[in-house]
Design a protein around this ligand. Sequence first.
Ligand code: NAD
Ligand code: UDP
Length: 328
Amino acid sequence: MSASARPQSQKTILVAGGAGFLGSHLCERLIRKGHRVVCADNFSTGTLENVRHLRSSEAFTLLRHDVVHRIDAKVDQIYNLACPASPPHYQADPIHTTKTSVLGALNLLELASRYGARIFQASTSEVYGDPNVHPQVESYWGNVNPFGPRSCYDEGKRCAETLFHDFNSIHGVEIKIVRIFNTYGPRMRPDDGRVISNFIVQALKGEDITIYGDGSQTRSFCFVDDLVDGFLRMMASPVSLTGPINLGNPVEFTIAELADQVLELTGSRSRIVHRPLPTDDPRQRRPDISRAMRELGWQPRVVLAEGLKATITYFDAVLAAKGRKLTE
Ligand code: NAD
Ligand code: UDP
């Protein structure tokens, strides 16, 4: 379609990290809404498989690009999702993780400034660290260790938020910051290392379910479709709403309760075993989503059992295709 024949509402949107778990769902939703999507990814944790179904669309362009380097593409909007999100992955090369968050934000903000594009930042509940305020409200400054194993991620994301606010106040860039709480769903990698994918894959393979620590630590789990809905609402919100805004499911579970639910829904006979709790593992986490409800009219709809069923179906198919499923 020529530029002049394009509907006015059609935008060209850069999704950095678009071949990852969340990014691939976002690219799909944006294309379904009639936009043109440029997906830029270094494929460190993302896969071609995640976006294979989009590659036949002429509205979809895929670039192999690392956001630590500058990028030039004339776009109307930018979503910055580029960063490994799972602790074992972001800790594998912590210096590159910090560079990804900080230089990635800088390069994309410069791009936004150059073309007057609105830019969205996928920040994280990890900016609250091991929180002393519960549930976490956006006004809480957090409790983060600046030099522990999680710091490359937590501090990188905190610095990215600082850069976003400074580009907003100094260069007038339109910014949208969301703080994402634990999100799960289809297209997580079987070897992602986060708790839901680990437990489901272990249960389906009949392997031991590995609870780190005694399992009394808590998390609140949001299904991916709900989260992407929140992304779109935030991007479309009035200019004055810069964020940060918490996006997550406020229903809190202990990790032991999660393991029980996975066992029940898979019908697996896997044993539960305990492994050491990783350093600086947050004890509790639950978003206060009052601001998202008030400003975006957003709240999650998918309850954990429903989201888990959809995710189990996905992993079941992936494992079957790989011929790795050991139990039937
Ligand atoms: P993911 O690891 O599946 O996706 C990250 C994507 O970014 C991958 O495709 C990866 O290849 C790409 N990437 C990583 N470093 C890059 C670089 N330097 N240059 C270009 N691309 C790069 O993780 P996800 O769960 O989809 O997370 C997406 C974003 O959301 C991340 O920024 C993450 O910090 C944030 N987030 C996710 C969650 C969650 O629960 N899923 C929670 C909080 C924040
Ligand atoms: N966890 C666990 N077993 C696993 C993977 C993770 O018990 O196989 C725990 C982990 O220690 C943490 C919680 O589950 O307390 C969530 O971990 P995840 O890595 O998914 O996310 P994050 O710690 O970043 O919230």
